[in-house]
Design a protein around this ligand. Structure first.
Ligand SMILES: C[S@@+](CC[C@H](N)C(=O)[O-])C[C@H]1O[C@@H](n2cnc3c(N)ncnc32)[C@H](O)[C@@H]1O
Length: 271
């Protein structure tokens, strides 16, 4: 599963891909309760310094570390973070192609994981940010279960992109009893529009990417563009951070996040 070095790519947005056992080679063979632990480890948004001590300890102690990628010859974002923070760790790649079927890994890269787990060997799967929020990790669990395997699952939380964005902008995102809505703009701005109906709620927009101009337009029409901040490729090569309006002039990469403060605090620009 390992390949040559190449530019990091992200597979977190792999939208349409075959699950294990759906045609590409055969699926994960071992079935029933797998005795090794499958541990989803959040590695933060990009800066290797944002790996937690617990993540470092787990990655240094498990038998195998697996990272998602779009191709077995491409370095995924999570792999790049681990390589920088822990150069001695050997990573295996799990391929999540972008182009077809149901989101999930290809069977050929899932099978070794099932074998290791069945032999009682612990496997850590690294994922950007946190493994329990919009992560490929749970599609690995689902793919194993689709094949009849029952992995023992644990997760190690990671720092999320919107936390890093708030930190870089020196902003308090929510305070007191203010609610926080997290929406995605993957399929447009309908969820954002709903979230903006509460002027006292802070809103985080994930998967803004190509819809960034539409996100900015939605914010403008709700009177929330001023004070909103955006971050693209946080902690990674090509990072851009600033007022949402400035980043929204053109579509962004998939790794783009917008943070919208409550209306009553939107004028508190400390930058
Ligand atoms: C599939 S989700 C992964 C979320 C991740 N599990 C987390 O907890 O932050 C991908 C989205 O997370 C956000 N994201 C993750 N890493 C990012 C980064 N380095 N810079 C900006 N946004 C990022 C973007 O909104 C991106 O579209």
């Amino acid at each position: 599963m390992t390949g040559e070095r190449s530019a990091p790519v992200d597979s977190e947005g792999a939208g349409s891909v075959p699950r294990a056992g759906s045609g590409e080679g055969s699926g994960a063979r071992p079935t029933g309760r797998l005795v090794g632990r499958l541990i989803g480890v959040g590695v933060g948004p990009g800066d290797p310094d944002l790996l937690t001590r617990k993540a470092v300890a787990v990655l240094g102690s498990v038998a195998h570390v697996v990272a998602p990628t779009l191709s077995d010859v491409a370095v995924g974002r999570a792999e790049a973070i681990v390589r920088e923070a822990l150069p001695a760790v050997t990573l295996h790649r799990m391929v999540f192609p972008m182009d077809r079927g149901t989101p999930g890994p290809v069977a050929s890269s899932l099978r070794p994981v099932a074998e290791w787990l069945s032999q009682g060997e612990d496997v850590a799967f690294v994922t950007l940010g946190d493994p329990n929020c919009y992560s490929t990790f749970w599609s690995v669990v689902a793919a194993l279960e689709d094949c009849g395997a029952r992995p023992t699952v644990e997760t190690v939380p990671g720092i999320m992109a919107f936390q890093q964005l708030s930190a870089m902008m020196g902003r308090c995102l929510v305070d007191g009893a203010e609610p926080l809505s997290v929406v995605t703009a993957l399929d447009g701005t309908a969820d954002l529009e709903r979230a903006l109906q509460d002027p006292e709620a802070a809103v985080v927009v994930y998967k803004a990417g190509r819809n960034m101009p539409a996100v900015a337009e939605q914010l403008r029409s709700a009177g929330r563009l001023e004070g909103s901040v955006a971050g693209e490729l946080l902690g990674l090569p090509g990072e851009r951070v600033g007022p949402a309006e400035s980043l929204a002039a053109t579509p962004c990469t998939y790794l783009a996040t917008v943070a919208v403060p409550p209306l009553s605090r939107s004028g508190q620009d400390r930058s």
